[in-house]
Ligand binder design. Structure first.
Ligand SMILES: Cc1ncc(C[n+]2csc(CCOP(=O)(O)OP(=O)(O)O)c2C)c(N)n1
Length: 887
């Protein structure tokens, strides 16, 4: 180790001591106070001193982190309530099975991947949770929610194997899911719906989701929907994962909302995938500053029990001084090497340190554990976290990546990639953890499960029984909730009058009406990210209130107004502020409440459509994995319909992205009546039929006269297209398709074709190109496979034959093009490819070539070259103009 005294510690310079005797007097006095008056008295005096210093004009630069030691002192550590030897044995067995699962799959099949080193570092953290804290759902009520670090999944499987919940044959099929019965790489509720609850495979999603889950538990409690008191959210995450913006995005919300029902346990093994998390710094100290700055209670678990006697003998605090000056790259280096190396490279650097280990053998030095591998230290921290009131807690547990993997994997930069282990390494692992396996069993990497009546399994079951049962476990069924007849809440939309309205306003009105329904109403969760007024939802402020865990501590500025800003503890509306990631996390919590809480809810998250799939697409993907049920409303949608806003706001792509999510049903309705039918259908599918799908609707802020719908048209709206009208005489020469606000341009084009060019046409309102394509794809597949060759897609049912088709939408051409391969007719697709820009709707539609003139031109291009040339001249369309996507 290099010259530590001169090295900067995490963030603050080392100060020079100009009067060591005086310093000592102060320190001794403080130690005396601690002895007599205890810690609270010390804290009190320090606060008073800080106040006094401030009055004297001294800027105190107290660091935002504490010393590099355990937060819970030995004297405060409770007696361990479990059987340490037994738990060590069980953990060793689980370690082996987890390792064998990954190594075996990779040996047999080569490139299946998987991780050994991460779980190796987290085993004790998981096992303390499983043996003493993680409560399962039971007859006594719903249990805790646990977010497991995704790439430590092998350890969770290995435990479930001992519990008898997974069979050896399933462990054999780790990462081989296609034939069925295999185990997912990471937690995926979609693929293991009875097992995993929360998808955490994409870093950052677990932490933000966990916090909003904890907040939603409070919401349900405050609104009287479910009793969630006592339920705890645990999140076990990596220190590298904390780099993700989403991981830290909701920390202040958790503190602000006093979420003492959530605990993060950060596995600080100091490593990421390629190397150290903070080789030149100290991740533990950085995270402590971050979390305490955000208002969390921080508990550091850095050193195991074997260090206690060393600290006790270390009167001069040499250990703490040296720990403070050492960067994580060095900690990792020490971690990767044996006792002799640690003696020469750490303890021998300072006579005081040297003396501390003088009577210890290299093996004893080697066996000094980090706190995150010590059940007693971890238990004390978990217990303190669960008891802590008023604030969320983070446990920062210092561990070694690849703990127990020896020369090839312990604290090595390459640990993360270790998937194949040679026989000597496996034997060393067996010996290190005293596993009862002979050489043959080791060579074959046989899974090991003690007999059912063995002390190990009896203990394991007994601990779980005391915690209500087993987890992770997902419940997929909840009591159905009846949706009122559409006519009772959506009549205004089905029967249009002459008034102009927008589809956004109509959708808001629809769910506002639904809220009034006695049964379903309380289960509607409107969610906004600071855009309620934009979407005309201000009336909901007063009608249902804005949820606030503390009610309203101020008189709102607009108290006298009819629609004043009303916050209340039983408020129904979730006003999340400017955080789409937070708002979608709330939506996920509500949309999975049927499973997590057994209480189906129906969330409507309404937002600027551009800031949905594009901004937080990965969270939506995780929602899909999690079998979310609810509505996403992409408002102010359409690249030319959101006039004026410009490049960053105008959405021309979300429908295309939504089409890629298998259980997302995405619609781009043109009229309020269509939106009403879709919402009614979706609500029934999700709440009555319990289908694991969710609905995405793009709605616009363009006001126009709406169209009515007849009951016999509803099914076609859901299938994706319906005949709007025929124009002109005889068999239609061309079929015109339009979705969303662009349908009105299509209708105008049909009039022009008829009146100016004597071309007859059919106009189809396409509510969903993606649903049409999905259905057509399935039919085509059946036909290719020689199944029901007679069956026909809705698309071809509507558009038989080869009369030309023109399809236009307010999205990129690829959206309408989703249906082209399934048509028998030639088809020209118009769309809004390119960057949006600010201007009027008509200017934008002209620019992007989706206005009525360009639709007429496209229709004539496929029908009549002469008329086409005339039309181009008549409408002033410049054939040489640069394409919009190049501008
Ligand atoms: C969003 C995202 N980016 C990248 C990855 C790939 N990845 C998987 S594990 C990992 C490193 C995780 O490090 P850490 O959180 O410290 O966990 P450890 O394995 O060290 O316990 C990375 C980058 C991912 N899963 N998700």
């Amino acid at each position: 180790m290099k010259d530590t005294a001169q090295r900067p510690t995490h963030g603050t310079p080392v100060h020079e001591d100009i009067d060591a005797i005086e310093t000592n007097e102060w320190l001794e006095a403080l130690a005396g106070v601690a002895k007599v008056g205890g810690r609270p008295r010390v804290r009190f005096l320090l606060l008073r001193l800080a106040e006094q210093a401030s009055r004297l004009g001294v800027q105190t630069t107290a660091s935002a982190y504490s010393l590099y030691q355990n937060t819970i002192a030995l004297e405060q550590q409770p007696v361990y309530p479990g059987d340490l030897v037994m738990e060590e044995r069980i953990t060793s067995i689980i370690r082996w099975n987890a390792l064998a699962m990954v190594a075996k799959a990779n040996k047999a099949y080569g490139e299946l991947g998987g991780h050994i080193a991460s779980y190796a570092s987290a085993a004790e953290i998981f096992e303390v949770g499983f043996n003493h804290f993680f409560r399962a759902d039971s007859e006594a009520g719903r249990g805790d929610l646990v977010y497991f670090q995704a790439h430590s999944a092998p350890g969770v499987y290995a435990r479930a194997f001992l519990e008898g919940r997974l069979q050896a044959s399933q462990l054999e099929r780790y990462r081989q899911e296609v034939k069925g019965g295999g185990l997912c790489s990471y937690p995926h509720p979609w693929l293991m719906p009875d097992f995993w609850q929360f998808p955490t495979g994409s870093m950052g999603i677990g932490p933000i989701n966990a916090i909003y889950q904890a907040r939603f538990l409070r919401y349900l409690q405050h609104r009287g929907i479910a009793s969630t008191e006592g339920r705890h959210v645990w999140g076990v995450f990596g220190d590298g994962e904390m780099d993700e913006p989403e991981s830290i995005a909701a920390l202040s919300l958790a503190a602000r909302e006093n979420l003492d029902n959530v605990t993060f346990v950060i596995n600080c093994n100091l490593q990421r995938l390629d190397g150290p998390v903070r080789g030149n710094g100290q991740i533990v100290q950085e995270l402590e500053s971050l979390f305490s700055g955000a208002g969390w209670n921080v508990i550091k678990v850095l050193w195991g029990s074997d260090w206690d006697p060393l600290f006790a003998r270390d009167d001069g605090h040499a250990l703490l001084r040296h720990f403070a000056g050492m960067v994580d790259g060095e900690y990792q280096n020490l971690g990767a090497n044996d006792g002799a190396y640690n003696r020469s490279h750490f303890f021998d650097q300072d006579p005081q340190l040297q003396a501390l280990v003088a009577d210890m053998s290299p093996e004893q030095i080697d066996a000094l554990r980090r706190g995150g591998h010590d059940f007693r230290k971890l238990h004390a921290a978990f217990e303190a976290a669960r008891k802590h009131k008023g604030r969320p807690t983070v446990v920062l547990a210092k561990t070694k990546k690849g703990f127990g993997m020896g020369q090839i994997g312990e604290s090595r930069n390459t640990s993360h990639q270790q998937k194949k282990l040679d026989i000597e390494v496996l034997k060393a692992f067996r010996d290190r953890f005293a596993l009862p396996l002979d050489d043959e069993a080791v060579a074959e990497m046989r899974f090991y499960k003690p007999a059912d009546d063995s002390p190990e399994l009896r203990y394991l079951h007994q601990q779980r029984r005391a915690l209500g049962g087993y987890l992770p476990k997902r419940n997929g069924v909840a009591a159905p909730i009846a949706v009122p007849p559409l006519d009772s809440y959506g009549r205004f939309a089905l029967k249009a009058d002459e008034r102009e309205n927008s589809t956004t306003m109509a959708v808001v009105r629809l769910f506002t009406h639904l809220i009034r329904d006695k049964q379903l109403g309380p289960r509607i969760v409107p969610i906004v990210a600071d855009e309620a007024r934009t979407f005309g939802m201000a009336n909901l402020f007063r009608q249902i209130g804005i949820y606030s865990s503390v009610g309203q501590l101020y008189e709102p500025e607009d108290a006298g107004a009819l629609l004043y800003y009303k916050e209340s503890t039983d408020g129904q509306l979730l006003e999340e502020g400017i955080t789409e990631a937070g708002a979608i996390s709330s939506w996920i919590a509500a949309a999975t409440s049927y499973s997590v809480n057994g209480e189906p809810m129906l969330p409507f998250y309404i937002y600027y459509s551009m800031f949905g799939f594009q901004r937080i697409g990965d969270l939506i993907w995780a929602a899909a994995d999690q079998r979310a049920r609810g509505f996403l409303i992409g408002a102010t949608s359409g690249r030319t319909t959101l006039a004026g806003e410009g490049l960053q706001h105008q959405d021309g792509s979300s429908q295309l992205m939504a089409a890629t999510v298998p259980n997302c049903r995405a619609y781009d309705p043109a009229f309020a009546s269509e939106a009403a039918v879709i919402i009614d259908h979706g609500a029934r599918r999700m709440l009555e039929q319990q289908e694991d799908e969710f609905y995405y609707l793009t709605v616009t802020n363009e006001n126009y006269v709406q169209a009515s719908l007849e009951p016999d048209e509803h099914a076609d709206v859901i299938r994706g297209m319906r005949l709007y009208a025929r124009y002109g005489e005889g068999v239609p020469a061309v079929r015109l398709l339009g979705s969303g606000a662009i349908l009105r341009e299509v209708i105008a084009a049909a009039h022009m074709l008829d009146q100016e060019w004597q071309v007859s046409s059919e106009v189809w309102s396409v509510t969903s190109f993606s649903e049409l394509a999905r259905d057509a794809r399935e039919v085509q597949r059946q036909q290719v496979f020689g199944g029901d060759v007679e069956c026909q897609s809705h698309l071809l049912h509507c558009l038989p034959g080869n009369a030309p088709v023109v399809a236009a939408s307010d999205y990129v051409r690829a959206y309408a093009q989703l249906v082209v391969p399934y048509l028998q007719a030639p088809c020209i697709c118009l769309g809004t490819d390119g960057f949006g820009r600010s201007d009027t709707r008509s200017a934008l539609r002209s620019f992007f070539e989706v206005d009525r003139y360009h639709i007429v031109l496209a229709a004539l291009a496929s029908l009549d070259p002469q008329a086409h040339a005339q039309a181009r001249a008549k409408y002033g369309i410049d054939a040489d103009a640069e394409a919009p996507w190049n501008r």
